[in-house]
Unconditional design. Structure first.
Length: 125
């Protein structure tokens, strides 16, 4: 499925309600939350391993600050308007979170430590 207007894609964090977002959240780029939930559930066995067999335990939360998370997405699919899942988004090597962005000093906006070369490269491109 291709979204006619790529700017209509939104970013979502999918995770187990019981385990919480710190225990294996995935990044979903989709047109809406319904599509994001379907994509998260269909994504390999990753989310099912976290949520178990309980589909209702799967939470999909819209990340309103898309610009902070878009660098973690597949850039070719994003530009083409193709919804997709990133099962293991690049994360800060200090606090192990993703989607926080960087400060002007190229530090993690969550922990204020150096996040690692790969994350800095993604945000600087």
């Amino acid at each position: 499925m291709v979204v006619e207007n790529p700017s209509k894609l939104k970013t979502y964090m999918a995770f187990s309600r019981e385990a919480g977002s710190a225990e294996g959240a995935i990044l979903v780029v989709a047109a809406n939350s319904r599509q994001a939930k379907k994509m998260a559930w269909a994504s390999n066995t990753f989310i099912r391993d976290i949520c178990g067999s309980e589909y209702i335990d799967l939470v999909v939360r819209w990340i309103k600050s898309d610009w902070v998370v878009f660098p973690l997405a597949d850039q070719d699919r994003l530009k083409s308007g193709v919804p997709h899942v990133i099962e293991s988004p690049e994360y800060c090597r200090s606090c192990e979170t993703w989607g926080c962005g960087l400060t002007q000093d190229r530090l993690c906006a969550c922990c204020n430590e150096y996040p690692g070369d790969e994350l800095v490269r993604l945000y600087e491109r």
